[in-house]
Design a protein around this ligand. Structure first.
Ligand code: CUA
Length: 146
């Protein structure tokens, strides 16, 4: 085997180890959930469901050019299962100040789990160009003291 070939293999192997370590760090040490795809449900609709005193499920629908629900109020310490789909084209979904970054895909549902430990207004923006009203796609999660 050529010496250069061996060098390239060692470098790419080391890079793979770095990427896997970064993923493990994000999921375990920083407690960030890796987004998952769940089977599509035709009864899916935009809503907020309270599961118990600290757990919520939020079902988001992205569409040209808004997110539904537009505003969500939660108490500090809430643990959220967030679901997201799109009614039309592909949209982006980014919650500022949180490590939540998803794609809204028509015909598919993405899910992520996270917690709100700090009060504040968390703005959600679309970060995928989706048409003339793209810049208007903003929503908010307002986290208050209980
Ligand atoms: Cu939706 Cu950009």
């Amino acid at each position: 085997m050529d010496k250069l070939e061996i060098k390239v293999m060692i470098w790419s192997g080391s890079l793979m180890v770095v990427f896997i370590m970064a993923l493990l760090y994000a999921t375990h040490a920083r407690n960030l959930d890796v987004p998952a795809c769940v089977p599509y449900d035709s009864n899916y609709k935009a809503q907020v469901k309270q599961i118990d005193s600290t757990s919520y499920e939020i079902f988001y629908v992205a569409k040209m050019w808004a997110f539904e629900p537009a505003e969500v109020y939660l108490p500090v310490g809430s643990e959220v299962d967030l679901y997201l789909t799109s009614q039309d084209v592909v949209h982006g979904f980014h919650i500022e100040k949180k490590g939540v970054n998803l794609m809204a895909v028509p015909g598919g549902i993405n899910k992520v789990n996270f917690k709100f430990n700090e009060p504040g207004i968390y703005r959600i923006v679309c970060h995928e160009y989706c048409g003339t009203g793209h810049q208007n796609m903003v929503s908010e999660i307002i986290v208050n003291h209980p």
